[in-house]
Design a protein. Sequence first.
Length: 198
Amino acid sequence: LNYQTAQFLTSAPTLAQCPPDSGAEVAFAGRSNAGKSSAINTLTRQKALARISKTPGRTQLINFFTLGDDVERRLVDLPGYGFAKVPEQVKLEWQRHLSDYLQRRASLRGLVLVMDVRHPLTEFDQTLLGWADDKAMRVHILLTKADKLKRGPAASALQQVRSRLREWEDLVSIQLFSSLKGQGIEEAHARLDDWLLD
Ligand code: GDP
């Protein structure tokens, strides 16, 4: 698939307002600041597809992108999580929308979970993995900002995450990624192709 043709389709605050649940889509999730927007922009070779405007406390939207004009193949940018300053009430609300989306969206073929290679598997990352597991949803983990570590430490971070997720190895795949260096693009594209063309 040609990811460079990705274009904005629509934003939705809740599952009910999402576009029709047909065809296939892959959703990107991650803790705020993990590098999710950069990863989406890198994978689509666009500078500002996933806008880097994330004001804590503002309504968080689920953003949909189509590949070219094909509304049946979509990339989805889920709200980032983990803003410390957000009131508990708002946090719970986001979590409910995220869990609704993950559990009920029939066209969702897989979840790309973006983690900073230096801070993988936060508590909420693990919650998301649990939701994915409940639905037997496939998850591909991008350990991003890999350029921040030397080759050896990056490889051992990858091994550590692999071994912590060994019980889920049927559903979960993991790779190193760097938006800054363009590392891991082909591997990630191959996974997306696999899911979206399935
Ligand atoms: P998001 O909140 O998960 O969407 O994160 P962003 O994509 O906005 O990235 C958060 C910060 O990390 C920004 O300052 C980015 O420039 C930086 N960043 C993102 N990806 C990389 C990467 O691969 N390498 C490095 N060195 N910095 C990155």
